[in-house]
Design a binder for this molecule. Sequence first.
Ligand SMILES: Nc1ncnc2c1ncn2[C@@H]1O[C@H](COP(=O)(O)OP(=O)(O)OP(=O)(O)O)[C@@H](O)[C@H]1O
Length: 647
Amino acid sequence: MELEGLKMSRSKSQKITVEQFISSMIPLIDMEKEAEISASLGLSSTRSLHASQKRGSSIFNLKCTDAQTGLMGKTLLEFQSNKGDVLPAHKFSTHDVVVLKPNKADQGSSSLGQGVVYRLKDSSITVAFDEIPEDGLNSPLRLEKVANEVTYRRMKDALIQLSKHKGPAVEMIPVLFGEKLPTTTKKIMQFSPFNKTLDHSQRDAISKALSSGNVFLLHGPPGTGKTTTIVEIILQEIKRGSKILACAASNIAVDNIVERLFPYRVRLVRLGHPARLLPQVLESALDAQVLRGDNNSLANDIRKEMKVLNEKMLKSKDRNTRRDIRKELRTLSKEERRRQQLAVIDVLKNADVILTTLTGAASHQLEKITFDLVIIDEAAQALEVACWVALLKGSRCMLAGDHLQLPPTIQSAEAEKMGLGRTLFERLANLYGEEVMSMLAVQYRMHELIMNWSSGEFYGGKIQAHSSVAEHKLWDLENVKRSSSTEPTLILVDTAGFEMEEKKDEEDSTMNEGEATIAIGHALRLVESGVQACDIGIITPYSAQVTYLKVLRGTEAKLKDVEISTVDGFQGREKEAIIISMVRSNVKKEVGFLTDHRRMNVAITRSRRQCCLVCDTETVSEDSFLKHLVEYFQEHGEYLSASEYGH
Ligand SMILES: Nc1ncnc2c1ncn2[C@@H]1O[C@H](COP(=O)(O)OP(=O)(O)OP(=O)(O)O)[C@@H](O)[C@H]1O
C-alpha cells in the first residue's frame, strides 16, 4: 500500500472498541488453533498413522543413539533411523514441540515424554526433555509433532485480562483503541547516543520515542537499521531508570536483540526454553542466572540436607523418629521451594531488561512484575492478540516494524479473511499516522537502483541509500570477476513466448520448470564468475517451486550453498545476489497472490548488489503494479530473453 493509499485508508479506517476487538478475536483464535492442529498433525485428510508419516508429522522407527545432560538440567536425546543413514522425509523443525512414543503405539496412546526439538541434521534429530524417559528407550521409537496449544491459551487469557481494564496498561489501553489521544512531552528530547554512528533519521526517531507518553511506532523499511535503533532506545530508557520488557514474535528476533545488547553490558535476562535459544545467548537465560545465584546455592544445600534425612528415615525403625524426620523434611521442602522462588525473583528484579517472545511474556515467572516500557520488534509480523500478552504488563509501548512488508502468516484462510492477521502496528499507523510514528530513511543494504523502485512504490520516495552501499556491485566483492553476469544491478529474464507454462504440483501449489532452470542457470553463471554460492539466494512465492528448485540444485555440486526459499520465509534476510522466480505464466494471465504487492516489496529488497527477476512479462503485466515493476527493470536494468539461458 503506497503512502497515498495509507492516508486514504486512515480516513476510512473504522475505529474498533476494546469490546468489539475481544469478541471478534476469540472465535478467530479457535479457528487458527484448529487449523494449526490439523496442519501440523497432518490430520486434514485422514487420521491414520500412515498418513501422518506421509505428511511428515511423525518420524517412525528411530533408535536413541545418545543421551546427554546439560542445557540447564534438560536431557538431550539424539535419535537416528533404524533404517539407514538419513532420516525419512519429515516436516520437523527446531523448536517444535514433540512427543516420544514406542514405534508401534496407537496414535492416541500416552507418550514416554514430551520435549522440544533442539538440533536437526540429515541423519539425526536431537530433542531436549525436562526429564529422561524412564524406560522404553531401548526399543524402536517414533516422534510425533504436537500443536503448541499453550500459545492459543495465553492469547485468550490476554483478551480476558484486557476486558477487565486493570493493571499497569490501564492508561494505555484507551489510547491504543483511539478513545483517548496519545500524549507526548512537548520539548524535544536531547540525548547523548551510546552508538556514535546513528544517522539523522535514527536520531530523530529515538528522540521522538523518548518523548512519547504512551505509544510510539518505529517504521523501519528494509535495511534501515531498525534493530540498531531499538537497541539505542533500550539503552537510553535504561539510563532514565526504566524497566523494560522487550519482545518479538520469534525467538530468533529476540535473540538478535540480546546479542546486540551484549557489548553494552546491560543487566538483562532472556526468558524462554533453553532449547529454543541461540547457544550464544544461553548465558543470559533465566535458568542459567538462577543457577548462579546465592539463593540457589542455599536451595542446593537444603536439597543435600534433605537427601541425608531421607536416607536416615529409610534406615530408622522407630516410628516416632520417622515422624519427626518427616516433619523436618516438610519444613525443609517448603524452604527449598521458597529459596528457588527467591532465586528467580532476585534475577528478574535486578534486570533492567527482560527479553522474551510475545507469548513468553505470559510466563508465570513474570506474573507479579510490571514494566515502564514494553518494546515489540517485528510488530508488523505479529498477531495483535499476541502483542496484548506483552502489552498488558507495561504502561508505555513502542512497536517497531514495517506494515508495507508481509503480515504474519495465518493458517486458517477464514480467520485471515475475518481479520486475525491485521496487525496492531498497521491499525495504529492508520489511526494516528505520523503523530506517533517515525520512519527510518537511510538504508544500509541495497544498491540505489534496487532501492529506488521500492522507495518510490511504497515509501513516498523518501529512502536514501547510505554511501557505503549506494553504488556497490557484485564485482566489488573479493575474487568476483567483472563479467556480463556480475555487471548489471538489475536483470530481467523474460520467458514470454517461450512456452514455459506454469503447472500445479500434487498439493495444488504452482511451479514453473522453465523458470527454475533459468534461475539455476543464472546462479551457475554467478558462481563461475567467482560469487560464493552462499551469497546467492533464489526466492519464489510458491512452495512447489522451492521444492523443484532444490531438486535442480541437487544436481549441481557448486550450488550446494545457494539458499532457496519462499519469499515469505526470507523476510528479514538478505543476500548479495537474489534471483526471483515469479512462476505465473498462463494464457488467462492470472497472477494469484502476486497481487499482494507487499510480497514483491519483500522479494526485491532482499538483494544487496544484484536482483535478477525471472518472469513471463506477458502474464504478470496484467497486474498494473507488476507491469510497472517490469518497466522499471526494463528501463534501469539488463533485459534478457530466456533464449540467453539456452532455451
Ligand atoms: N547508523 C548506521 N551506520 C552504519 N551502519 C548501520 C547503521 N544503522 C544500521 N546499520 C547497519 O545496517 C544493517 C541493518 O541494521 P539492523 O540489523 O539494525 O537492522 P534490522 O532491523 O535488523 O534490519 P532491517 O532494517 O532490514 O529491518 C546492519 O548491518 C547495521 O550494522
